[in-house]
Design a protein around this ligand. Structure first.
Ligand code: SF4
Ligand code: SF4
Length: 136
């Protein structure tokens, strides 16, 4: 199994430092891969990253919700060009560096969101995307 980062991720990088096997990496190019991603072949399912995420974006693979009920305060990130993700999100990373997500949107309170596509997207990042070894 592994843990999975969903589109609730806002690239603050807070989870990276706590991973004992260094398997969490930022997606690059950011426009195509807006989340941080977990290498499913390296993750040991220790769970240390889950409480570190200020946005509640990380779940064990088998517990990624297909019916996440939004509180209306969350920001979702997506690849550039994704329909309805037409806002920009700007903030700072865990280490104080500026972060900008070009395609984002705010949730609506009570909105039902399927976060499970992140499971496949995460795998695609490592199988057909830039992957772990080529990330800076
Ligand atoms: S569950 Fe543990 S090993 Fe897997 S990504 Fe999170 S911190 Fe790393
Ligand atoms: S701590 Fe959460 S928001 Fe920050 S990079 Fe990790 S998954 Fe994304």
């Amino acid at each position: 199994m592994s843990h999975v980062i969903t589109e609730l991720c806002l690239r603050d990088g807070g989870c990276v430092a706590v991973c004992p096997v260094a398997c969490i990496v930022p997606g690059k190019p950011q426009e195509k891969w807006p989340l941080y991603y977990i290498d499913p072949n390296t993750c040991i399912d220790c769970g240390a990253c889950v409480p570190e995420c200020p946005h509640g974006a990380i779940f064990p693979k088998t517990e990624v919700p297909d019916d996440y009920i939004a509180g209306g305060y969350e920001i979702l990130s997506a690849p550039l060009g994704t329909a309805r993700f037409d806002k920009e999100y700007e903030a700072f990373t865990y280490e104080g560096e500026p972060v900008k997500i070009l395609a984002a949107r705010k949730t609506e309170a009570g909105e039902h969101i399927d976060l499970t596509p992140a499971i496949q997207t995460n795998r695609e990042f490592f199988e057909s995307g830039p992957g772990y070894l080529s990330v800076d």
